[in-house]
Design a protein around this ligand. Structure first.
Ligand code: ARG
Length: 493
């Protein structure tokens, strides 16, 4: 237990109470940021002559000695006290006792979460781009692979596997943008807000903000310590991403079922049953699907915690932080699993030999009557529906349809005299021709999907460049902090 905050207002405290209340278990992730914050803060205090440069140098040297990977003493309350304790151990209370001038754990913790989060978001974005790239690679192999699309989970119309994959790539692109758009609001600096009302010391908030690589000061000090909308916003973006990932996992689970038979999961991603030897179960995808629910749960738990919280800092805020880390790590791990799976996925290229799937071309049969025989669409929809019913009643495939049957049904169901040619029927119920003819923008025609893929590949290249730039901006800020610290550390001698 730390005695830094004992023996004043509060005398003794119970170990079990500290343990219950502490955030130390999930603070390890913040240690690196907390060290940097202290370094930037001391640098600023020294530049402002709030502490003299000799003491500033001693503090900076002590801070620089703390290993950012050091395991935190789990008996302490939190990372903030852990760092202060460590500095005091090295330089004594006379010098170390001024480390906390003009700051509070309240501004410090929000700053540390923001610093850690902005890097995590960039890393997650990088993983999303990798997943998009795996999906593009897979799609390029399947621009001609016919598969059924589904509405209501019943076969709808023929598409290609690549067409389906572009849908995922595009949803991921929107998630990517959403995450990127949260960064400016994450990347604001609360330091200097103190506990709630700033400080009477002549601090320079702009300088701390700059040294820590933030793009802006989070100005109002009450807002700075008491707001977590940046965190909720990230959790919300993660939740939307999780929903898309979960649906992707769900699709793969359904398609890999032998009843559907559209894909075959790589063996290294499947598990068998302990009793049923024939089983090849999609366990990985089921875990992905379940964990994505937890991401939604974390958002709901955090939003609920916030909604009736009085302004300013309350310790409730502490309880949000582990939810954030859990969500971002869970989503990241699932994105990696899906990327790896996509690299190894086998797709059934002959699924349309299943007779029942051929019924999914009947929209085109209805279109045929409109295009070539001048029948209004609503009427042709009725005629073709009636033919389908007759064929199904007789247990026949769509290919079992004859011009005679179609012409007779037209007469019986709509009172129309038709003389449809067999060749026309054959063409319109061919799934390959169906897909080729659906070449409107965004459709499954191979040429259209190839065009989309080319464009999506370009987008991933742009994302990679932008991510590199954002990462190097943070690295530059780190360098700037290091050299500022170095400048004062030298004065110690
Ligand atoms: N452990 C706390 C957190 O994670 C740090 C801030 C504590 N502030 C306080 N006034 N008790 O939010």
């Amino acid at each position: 237990m730390s005695n830094l905050l004992r023996g004043g207002r509060i005398g003794s405290v119970r170990k079990d109470v500290v343990e219950f209340t502490a955030s130390i278990k999930s603070d390890q992730k913040l240690l690196e940021a907390v060290i940097k914050i202290n370094q930037a803060h001391v640098t600023m205090l020294t530049e402002q002559n709030i502490i003299d440069s000799q003491n500033g140098a001693k503090l900076l040297a002590a801070l620089a000695e703390i290993d950012p990977k050091k395991e935190l003493d789990q008996t302490l309350e939190d990372v903030h006290l852990a760092v202060e304790e460590e500095v005091n151990k090295k330089v004594g209370l006379d010098v170390g006792g001024n480390l906390h001038i003009a700051k509070s754990r309240n501004d410090q913790v929000s700053t540390a979460i923001r610093m850690t989060l902005r890097t995590d978001i960039l890393e997650l974005m990088n993983l999303i781009v990798k997943l998009q790239t795996s999906l593009i690679d897979l799609a390029e192999k399947h621009t001609e692979t016919l598969v059924p699309s589904y509405t209501h989970l019943h076969p709808a119309q023929p598409i290609t596997f690549a067409h389906m994959l572009v849908a995922y790539i595009d949803a991921l692109e929107r998630n990517l943008k959403r995450l990127e758009e949260t960064i400016p609001r994450v990347n604001m600096c609360p330091m200097g807000a103190g506990a709630i009302a700033t400080t009477s010391f002549p601090i320079n908030r702009d300088r701390t903000t700059e040294l820590l690589g933030f793009s802006k000061v989070l100005e109002n000090s009450i807002d700075a310590v008491g707001s977590r909308d940046f965190l909720l916003e990230t959790l919300a973006s993660l939740t939307l991403l999780a929903i898309d990932i979960s649906r992707m996992a769900e699709d793969l689970i359904v398609w890999s079922s032998p009843d559907f038979g559209i894909i075959d999961l790589p063996e290294s991603f499947a598990f068998t049953s302990s009793i049923m030897p024939q089983k090849k179960n999609p366990d990985v995808l089921e875990v992905v699907r379940a964990r994505m629910s937890q991401v939604l749960g974390n958002f709901v738990a955090s939003a609920t915690t916030m909604k009736a919280l009085p302004s300013g800092y309350n310790l409730d805020l502490q309880e949000l932080t582990p939810k954030l880390w859990e969500s971002i790590e869970t989503v990241a791990a699932s994105v990696v699993m899906l990327s790896e799976l996509a690299k190894n996925l086998n797709v059934n290229k002959g699924i349309f030999s299943k007779q029942i799937l051929n019924y999914s071309t009947t929209t085109e049969l209805a279109n045929l009557l409109v295009k070539q025989y001048n029948v209004p669409f609503r009427t042709s929809h009725k005629i073709v529906g009636a033919v389908v019913k007759t064929l199904l009643d007789k247990n026949l495939a769509l290919s079992g349809m004859t011009p005679e049957l179609l012409n007779k049904t037209a007469k019986d169901s709509a009172g129309i005299t038709l003389a449809v040619k067999l060749a026309n029927i054959k063409d319109s119920i061919d799934p390959k021709k169906f897909v080729e003819s659906h070449k409107a923008m965004g459709g499954p025609a191979p040429a259209e999907v190839k065009r989309m893929l080319k464009n999506r590949l370009q987008l991933t290249r742009q994302s990679k460049t932008s991510l590199k730039e954002q990462k190097s901006r943070l690295e530059e800020a780190d360098m700037q902090l290091k050299s500022a610290v170095q400048h004062y550390k030298l004065q110690k001698k």
